[in-house]
Design a protein around this ligand. Structure first.
Ligand code: TYD
Ligand code: MG
Length: 457
């Protein structure tokens, strides 16, 4: 095969250079130049279209039939839920997560279930056939009609796709694949991008559903270029603490469904099992109320989840007090402490502040703000929050408490789980009373703290 020429393009601005350099000549960004294939000669892309969807003439939007995409189930209910109701023919899914969190396990289980109705292929670049066979025994799916290929060369995989015509393919993982067209090593940005693009093209042309596994970096982003996320239709992330048995799968991007949908699994000795009613998983069990713990209701996609937020405030002995957060946003913590000082007169400049969302869940929505502040306040005073209290609401820089989306659903879930008092934004106060739940609606942070004192007494 003729060597294809390569040049270097910037991952930040897209600028092109002939030689590698530490700094992009176009935008000045450091370490952003990566090797890419050059369009060799005339029409490499006219044979394999560069555009990922098939090309079509210009049409009036109203002339085009809005076809409902046909979906099929993965055989795992929680997995279907994150995907927005199942997989789509010709759809490409990227699934990321820390090593050992359960990506291969989940996909093997799903493929084994799908093998009953569809032609499926598992391409593994990380484990040998024997290792996967062993795992499938453990999962109790060794008798499935699943086809397996241990291969890392893209061209061979593409020809397998043509030969065997599978309907669903898992690529585990995209970082181990390499294309002969490029000279760089597997896992490099250029290779990952080229392999993902070629596979996506194959998926669209032959209507194959492809699920790619992607590794994440230390920072938690998918390793390799961000373009991976642009190429594929759906991006899922595995979250959770590898020490606890619960795993969350979250949709970050979905061209065929809602994002922020959440699938909850428990890792057992026979693989991942879906948890259909997860709302009380992320509460730690205290016999007596403890200072620094506050329960919030977070809304993950279509379902509310009760999560305990913990805070520890301790006198700092370092010149700069430490602010540390696990599962919540670090920058937001600094901001909330500033709001607490300016609008409620509670200073923490000489205190180390640690916050944590129990159970390894990651909370990105700002509706956690009020619960974080309540937990911090409780830890500072070394006094537990009242029993049965549940809190949510966003806190603004002016000290105001802003509403959270879908307040009613959150409140109903809290009432269902036996919570008796809800401290919430005024705009979220329900019009009809909710049975068993006392509503305390506030619109400023200082008001929230004084209402809290009233509840305590
Ligand atoms: P794995 O699915 O290989 O993770 P990834 O592909 O994301 O790197 O491994 C998941 C972990 O789960 C592994 O450390 C062993 C454990 N495990 C179980 O607890 N029960 C099981 O049935 C299986 C197959 C794995
Ligand atoms: Mg794996």
């Amino acid at each position: 095969m003729a060597k294809i020429k390569s040049n270097y393009s910037c991952t930040e601005c897209g600028g092109v250079a002939n030689k590698w350099a530490g700094q992009c000549p176009a935008c000045g960004q450091w370490n952003s130049l990566v090797e890419c294939v050059v369009d060799a000669g005339t029409n490499r892309y006219s044979q394999t279209p560069q555009s990922l969807a098939q090309t079509a003439p210009v049409l009036q939007l109203s002339e085009i039939d809005a076809l409902e995409v046909p979906r099929f189930t993965t055989g795992i209910e929680e997995f279907d839920r994150v995907l927005g109701g199942g997989l789509v023919c010709g759809g490409v899914v990227l699934i990321g997560g820390d090593p050992g969190i359960g990506k291969s396990t989940l996909l093997l289980q799903a493929l084994a279930a799908m093998a009953m109705q569809k032609r499926v292929l598992y391409v593994s670049g990380e484990e040998s056939g024997a290792q996967i066979a062993l795992r499938s025994k453990r999962l109790g799916v060794e008798n499935s009609a699943l086809k397996l290929q241990a291969e890392i060369q893209l061209e061979k995989i593409l020809s397998t796709l043509v030969q065997h015509k599978p309907q669903v393919v898992v690529i585990d993982s995209i970082q181990t694949m390499y294309s002969d067209a490029l000279s760089s090593a597997p896992g490099s940005v250029a290779q990952v991008r080229e392999c993902a693009a070629q596979l996506t093209r194959a998926a669209k042309l032959s209507n194959i559903t492809i699920i790619m596994v992607g590794h994440v970096t230390k920072e938690g982003a998918l390793a390799g270029p961000r373009v991976l996320e642009h190429i594929v239709d759906t991006v899922l992330y595995f979250e959770g603490d590898t020490h606890s048995s619960f795993r969350l799968v979250r949709a970050i991007k979905n061209r065929f469904g809602a994002v922020n949908e959440l699938g909850v699994f428990a890792m057992t000795e026979r693989g991942l099992k879906g948890v259909s009613n997860p709302s009380a998983l992320f509460l730690s069990q205290h016999d007596t109320p403890v200072p620094g713990a506050c329960v919030m209701v977070t809304q993950e996609g279509s379902r509310p989840l009760l999560v305990e937020i913990q805070a520890l405030v301790d006198t700092s002995h370092a010149p700069n007090a430490r602010r540390l957060s696990v599962g919540l946003e670090q920058n937001r913590l600094a901001m909330l402490l500033a709001v607490l000082h300016r609008h409620a007169g509670i200073a923490a400049f000489d205190q180390d502040v640690f916050i944590n969302a129990v159970g390894g869940v990651k909370i990105v929505e700002p509706a956690a703000d009020l619960a974080v502040l309540m937990a911090i306040h409780s830890s500072m005073r070394n006094r537990p929050l009242p029993r049965g209290l549940v809190v949510f609401g966003e806190v603004g820089l002016a000290g105001e408490i802003r509403p959270a989306p879908r307040g009613q659903e959150r409140l109903r879930e809290a009432a269902k789980l036996g919570f008796s008092v809800a401290l919430i934004p005024k705009a979220n106060a329900p019009k009809q009373p909710i049975e068993g739940l006392q509503i305390v609606a506030v619109d400023r942070i200082d008001q929230a703290l004084s209402k809290l004192r009233e509840i305590e007494n």
